[in-house]
Design a binder for this molecule. Structure first.
Ligand SMILES: NC(=O)c1ccc[n+]([C@@H]2O[C@H](COP(=O)([O-])OP(=O)(O)OC[C@H]3O[C@@H](n4cnc5c(N)ncnc54)[C@H](O)[C@@H]3O)[C@@H](O)[C@H]2O)c1
Length: 327
């Protein structure tokens, strides 16, 4: 069995690799070529925590994986991560666990890569300005995916916590200095999105995080944060202005995300406004962007197939390069 840390994964797997892996994952999912049972949730009431077990199997790739993610808010007092995660990868030909991967980093990579895949496919070709809203745990991978998908001149970054934003921006200007993009602090979310060609929202917000009327024509938005009916980042105004709305999984988004469920319940949008899944665009079953004026929205809540494909590709690369600890 191969043990793969974040450092090992970084050595063998780039954001571009992750974007391509996630395009493949969305295609496999949309074609119905994956088995994804509902996740199992075990409450750890005594500790006010929750343990989540998220399995998935892809016959054609001969692999399965289960991601174990715990949410233990009291860990903060103990100086431990609040949402520790681990991925167990199984060899689909023997059923044996063949690798254990740093699940926190796999999650960041695959979640960033979902936005990267969407922007790669849907954004205008000569995008110049980006906006990132949210500077938490997922944000750095989202930012890297954004600038991997388009050669942007600048990205304006906003979070309600201004000090955190300043720190994040200065860190990213160093860590991602190999890309020719300048990162700037935005004082408001509207300043961030003004004139932006690509926008990513990755917050824990329960109310819209920017004014949808201010989104410029031709913009592409990837909304990542809302995974519960009570969470919402997207201003319904941008959904009514959008000429296309895509999901990574229609079933998952319509079961989980307040971004879509709230305006649906309010009658602001209807099911007829949804164009389908990104996997269908990848398969050329439905049209993606048709001109530079369209506002396009992609909503993702995250599906296990992304973890399975990403972990499998990382493992294959690590084996080839002899990276990781054999156990
Ligand atoms: N779609 C997916 O596949 C996927 C995967 C992982 C996480 N998520 C979700 O993405 C969200 C962000 O994850 P994270 O790990 O970065 O969380 P985090 O808690 O580390 O960071 C969230 C950030 O959002 C900021 N924020 C909250 N409300 C805001 C607002 N109104 N405007 C601007 N900023 C605001 C906070 O200040 C914080 O910096 C969470 O809801 C998480 O569950 C989605």
């Amino acid at each position: 069995m191969l043990l793969l840390s974040k450092k090992d994964i970084k050595e063998v797997f780039t954001m571009r690799d992750a974007i391509e892996a996630n395009k493949e994952a969305f295609k496999i999912y949309t074609e119905g070529k994956s088995t994804v049972p509902l996740r199992t949730t075990i409450p750890a009431t005594k500790q006010e925590g929750t343990m989540l077990f998220m399995p998935g199997y892809i016959e054609n790739l001969d692999c399965a994986a289960v991601k174990i993610v715990s949410v233990f808010p009291r860990n903060e007092e103990k100086g431990k991560p609040v949402t520790p995660a681990t991925v167990l990868l199984l060899d689909g030909t023997t059923g044996e666990v063949c690798s254990i991967l740093d699940g926190t980093y796999v999650t960041q990579l695959r979640t960033g890569a979902a936005s990267g895949a969407a922007l790669d496919i849907l954004a205008i070709k000569n995008a110049k300005k980006g906006a990132l809203i949210g500077t938490g745990g997922q944000a750095s991978a989202q930012l890297e995916a954004m600038i991997e998908s388009r050669n942007l001149e600048e990205v304006y970054i906003y979070d309600i916590d201004i000090e955190k934003t300043k720190k994040f921006v200065s860190q990213m200007n160093q860590e991602l200095s190999n890309y020719n993009t300048k990162f700037n602090v935005a004082k408001t979310s509207d300043e961030a999105i003004e004139n932006a060609d690509v926008i990513i929202t990755v917050t824990t917000a329960k109310k819209p995080v920017f004014d949808g009327n201010k989104v410029k024509k031709g913009a592409t938005i990837s909304a990542v944060g809302s995974y519960l009916p009570t969470m919402q980042e997207l201003d319904p105004a941008v959904l009514t202005r959008a000429s296309k709305i895509f999901f990574e999984s229609t079933d998952a988004v319509l079961a989980e995300s307040g971004d879509i469920l709230t305006p649906l319940a309010d009658g602001i949008i209807s099911n007829d406004d949804f164009n389908g899944e990104l996997g269908q665009v990848i398969n050329n079953e439905i049209a993606g962007r048709e001109n530079d004026e369209e506002i396009i929205v992609f909503k993702t809540v995250g599906i296990a197939v992304q973890d399975v494909v990403t972990a499998k590709k990382i493992y294959d690369n690590a084996l080839k390069r002899n990276i990781g600890i054999n156990w």
